[in-house]
Design a protein around this ligand. Structure first.
Ligand code: ADP
Length: 297
């Protein structure tokens, strides 16, 4: 997947290969100029049918990888999808989609998300940093303001799904989004199978409960590895811990994704795994996890 030049030049729908993925804004957005941040968020979010938060209480469990591949799997099902990365301290979506160095264009309709091949719209705090290794050192109020802008000032247009990737934990970022868009459908909570992860990640479930965010389900990532040489299953990080945690916490379990070295490879290359390795067991697992999300009301 690459970015769609027509849409990114604000020339949406005007080239043969562009399906008009970025015809957002128009009159509604122009008339937003004098509105408060909260009002802009409200208007923007009314045009997005479903909002899904991707959370984890622990770093390194594959949360961003799951966010990218869930969003891509939804897009592959023909849905109009946006992907928002609010991980201020480690935005990895630009790398995972090979969009490093992209600069969203500021237009009178708002900041244009980067539209990639297939029509998915992407916005990351990483696009707004001067250099990729710049550190964001912000306290809560600054982050809250930036998140409201990413929801309200980005020209998302009409979408079926907005998938939002967060930093690990239960800090300002998920709290702000939960309070700013209380109508969000809910959270997908990502863990790996071992106790050191499930104990921390169960706190994300408690966080959702306290904020009345429905938990759409738990994803158990890095669940077993099929040996590429002998095809036997190796329980590198054990198996079943995420499912047990979901049961213990009384929330749905969405499925397991095995460890697959091709996920690392395609992530490093910035190529969404489910798109480029659609015939693998891990891609089938992602597709299975997405199924209940296709039926959200
Ligand atoms: P997080 O967002 O939780 O910090 P990332 O999505 O950045 O984690 O993933 C961390 C690393 O693990 C990345 O190198 C990614 O490619 C790799 N990874 C994630 N899921 C899998 C998987 N199922 N199999 C193999 N590698 C994975």
């Amino acid at each position: 997947m690459g970015s769609c030049d027509s849409c990114n030049s604000g020339n949406s729908g005007n080239s043969p290969e562009c399906g008009g993925c970025s015809t957002e804004g128009g009159q509604t957005d122009i008339s937003k100029a004098n509105l408060s941040d909260d009002e802009k968020v409200k208007i923007n979010m009314q045009r997005i049918a479903h909002k899904i938060l991707v959370l984890s209480g622990k770093g390194g469990v594959g949360k961003s990888t799951v966010a990218v591949n869930l969003a891509t799997a939804l897009a592959l099902q023909g849905r109009r999808v946006g992907l928002l990365d609010v991980d201020f301290h480690g935005p990895s979506i630009p790398t995972l989609l090979h969009l490093e160095g992209k600069r969203p264009e500021a237009t009178e309709n708002g900041l244009l998300p980067i539209t990639i091949e297939g029509g998915m719209k992407v916005m990351s705090i990483g696009f707004l940093l001067q250099r990729p290794d710049d550190a964001v050192i912000w306290r809560g109020p600054l982050k809250i303001g930036a998140i409201k802008q990413l929801l309200g000032d980005v020209a998302w247009g009409d979408l079926d799904y907005l998938v939002i990737d967060f930093p690990p934990g239960t800090g300002d970022e998920p709290l702000t989004v939960a309070q700013t868009i209380p109508e969000a459908d809910g959270a997908v909570v990502v863990t790996t199978p071992q106790d050191v992860s499930t104990i921390d990640v169960s706190k994300s479930v408690t966080f959702c409960r306290q904020l009345n965010i429905p938990v759409l389900g738990v994803v158990e990532n890095m669940s077993g590895l099929i040996c590429p040489h002998c095809s036997k299953l190796i329980d590198l990080f054990k198996q079943g811990g995420g499912e047990e945690m979901a049961k213990r916490m009384g929330v749905p379990f969405l499925g397991r994704i095995p460890l697959d070295p091709q996920i690392v490879q395609s992530s490093d290359e910035g190529r969404p795994f489910v798109y480029h390795h659609s015939n693998t067991e891990a891609a089938a697992a992602f597709q299975g996890i997405v199924e209940p999300l296709l039926d959200l009301r």
